[in-house]
Design a protein around this ligand. Structure first.
Ligand SMILES: [Mg+2]
Length: 300
């Protein structure tokens, strides 16, 4: 009889251990968010105004011909992720703070309204939340404040986080002028699919892998346990390659590299209800052990 009881207890113990070990660990430990056109919609008009300001900067500050700026900006943006990274790559020299205040300083921030729906969604998520933006810190802070989301994130990784020195404060010397002369050739090269012809940019920004790697180190992020939200297909694709789980925002069409696609960030709860279950999974584990403990005491 005693032997049977011991065997029974052991089998219950094994059952408990199996069940306990099978409680799934939380799939996501971190949510990583882009800001522009991700936390607010493209229809706000900020992106359009930003492009216009960049083109004005190129004309007024860099002396590029007005009839060429749209095409040059388009090609640089396409190949480098940001216009600034592209302009620096092809040899233009300028102060990063000047660029940001010119380009972002006059954006129609008044178009951004407090978003209490998004705020309560973010605050109810039981997972750490980090911002990862190519924008400068003043711009990111302003956008988050306008949306009423400034206290919803653990930390912000902005342009300055990844590019702590203010770029090129050196004089606009001969080398740069030579490169300017080459700009048109470089732009021709960017139309060919061989990316190796592109000069490197000194700017660290999405969609380049080194930007993601630095962000992971700085914010102690494990990409395998992180869900990344961005409106840029290229950023999503690099993110996926580097191990992140990905959500393309601004369209319901999933493209290569996107695990999920959301027309609006507001759809996050419908598309990803499991994000709110992180706590439930933990309590399931506790409940299992509780049930088994009761059975054991009855048997004994
Ligand atoms: Mg964006």
């Amino acid at each position: 009889m005693l032997l049977m009881l011991i065997e029974l207890t052991q089998s219950i113990k094994m059952e408990y251990e199996n069940k306990y070990q099978h409680v799934p660990a939380a799939k996501y430990e971190c949510l990583l968010f882009d800001v522009d056109d991700t936390l607010y919609p493209l229809s706000s008009g900020l992106s359009k105004a930003c492009t216009k300001n960049i083109e004005e900067f190129m004309i007024q500050k860099l002396g590029i011909e007005g009839n060429k700026v749209t095409e040059i900006n388009r090609v640089l943006y396409k190949n480098y992720g940001t216009s600034m990274a592209g302009l620096r790559a092809v040899g233009y020299n300028f102060d990063h703070d000047d660029y940001h205040s010119f380009v972002h300083g006059r954006l129609p921030y008044e178009n951004l309204k407090p978003d209490p729906v998004m705020r309560s969604l973010l605050l109810s998520l039981p997972i750490r939340k980090v911002i990862f933006s190519n924008g400068d810190k003043v711009h990111v802070a302003k956008v988050l404040r306008k949306l009423g989301l400034e206290d919803c994130f653990e930390r912000v990784i902005s342009f300055e986080t990844l590019n702590p020195t203010n770029g090129s404060s050196t004089s606009d010397g001969e080398d740069s002028l030579k490169l300017r002369g080459l700009s048109s050739e470089i732009l021709d090269a960017t139309n060919c699919p061989c990316q190796s012809a592109l000069p490197e940019t000194p700017i660290i920004c999405k969609p380049f892998e080194n930007a993601f790697e630095q962000a992971f180190n700085i914010a102690n992020i494990n990409p395998q346990k992180t869900l990344f939200f961005d409106d840029s297909v290229r950023n999503i694709q690099t993110g996926k390659q580097i191990g992140l789980h990905t959500v393309l925002v601004g369209t319901s069409q999933r493209t290569n590299g996107a695990d999920y696609a959301l027309e609006s960030i507001h759809n996050i709860r419908e598309a990803l209800p499991e994000l709110w279950e992180a706590d439930n999974k933990k309590s399931e584990g506790v409940r299992y052990s509780g049930e088994v403990a009761i059975q054991t005491s009855v048997m004994a």
